[in-house]
Design a protein around this ligand. Sequence first.
Ligand code: NZQ
Ligand code: ZN
Length: 388
Amino acid sequence: MNSFSFQNPTKIVFGQGTVGQLANLVAPFGKTVLVVYGGGSIKRSGLYDQVIAQLNSIGAKVVELSGIEPNPRLTSVNKGIELCRSEKVDLILAVGGGSVIDAAKAIAAGTKYEGDVWDFMMHKAEIKDALPIGTILTLSATGSEMNGNAVISNWETKQKRAFGSLHVYPRFSILDPTLTYTVPRDQTVNGVVDIMSHVFEQYFTLTENAPLQERLCESVLLTVIENAEKALENPNDYEARANLMLCGTMALNGGLISVGTQNDWASHGIEHEISAIYDIPHGAGLSIVFPNWMKHVYKERIDRFTQYAERVWGIERGTKSDEELALAGIEATREFFTRIGAPSTLAYYDIDSEHLDVMSREAVLFGPLGNFKKLHQEDVRQILENAL
Ligand code: NZQ
Ligand code: ZN
């Protein structure tokens, strides 16, 4: 295990009816609140009205930024920055999924920065300050509700890039599992794949002697696998939705489940290149990329993959060789994704080989991807080709 420091400042308020605590959570931050939300799901579900009623009850001045896109755009972030400056916003309240929360983080950091907010995504500047953020999560997937990451798409340059900073961790996040009852089936599936993928990025590591971290990762995976189909069969199953929500938050909250280990993140890097060009949902892209990444790298440290097959998928070794067992675990992953309705090929989105060169070149823009196996442009291209 490596030495590490860990800090996570986000207060989580979890459970049915917790939106009722919003007024008390917001009040200490000041009077002017920018409410950021997406394409309208919060209006249809009635959540918007609850939020406004809570904010009115403390006499808050409400400023709104709606229409944040899935795969949020730089243009929306810039609109939010202008609003924060002109309205002198005290707190940004993100109400939605990862896209809305990520946009709020970029707005929060961009407002306090004189240069172009895109500098943060291009590693040209470091975030030194940000407006405070609170969130109400409506979709279990990214973990953005309890981490310092944001992923923003620049549609002009066809780039999708991330930043991370302690300054943009939400100050509080309200997690009410009933708010996810209305999530459409495909988005629930995408969320499940995203949560599992976040664990994979941390579980497949070369770091030795991290048995607790390995088991924490396996627990999240097992809990997601146990609850995904329950939530899909009955979208209003509180326990299933609650378990998925907690798993999403635990899977990516600054690395709690993988402290002291080296993470990978190559598959996320590859997926971001696909959605940068084709604007496909992040979880769907991961469902296509991950099994192919696994097949490309499993020989680097096969015992990680045999352990995964046995402990997560319950595959018995019997007379299987290490290789057969590892491959059976990878196949079980692909089968599970297919069973819940996640795509397995790029062809599903009519994506052909046209942009493979651009995607593989952009993926390694800042150097080789990943740590389990360092991926160079040819590796990324090979993985994408295998995904066609
Ligand atoms: O826009 P609205 O109308 O709200 O609809 C959204 C959107 O169309 C809908 N939705 C959300 N909650 C709903 C709902 N519909 C009905 N009922 C509800 N309760 O779902 C659609 C997708 O929402 P989105 O926020 O885009 O999904 P997700 O949470 O999966 O976020 C994806 C984005 O997060 C980034 C991804 O790259 C992608 O841009 N990621 C962020 C990370 C982070 N900050 O740590 C890590 C991830 O790996 C990921 O890269
Ligand atoms: Zn992800």
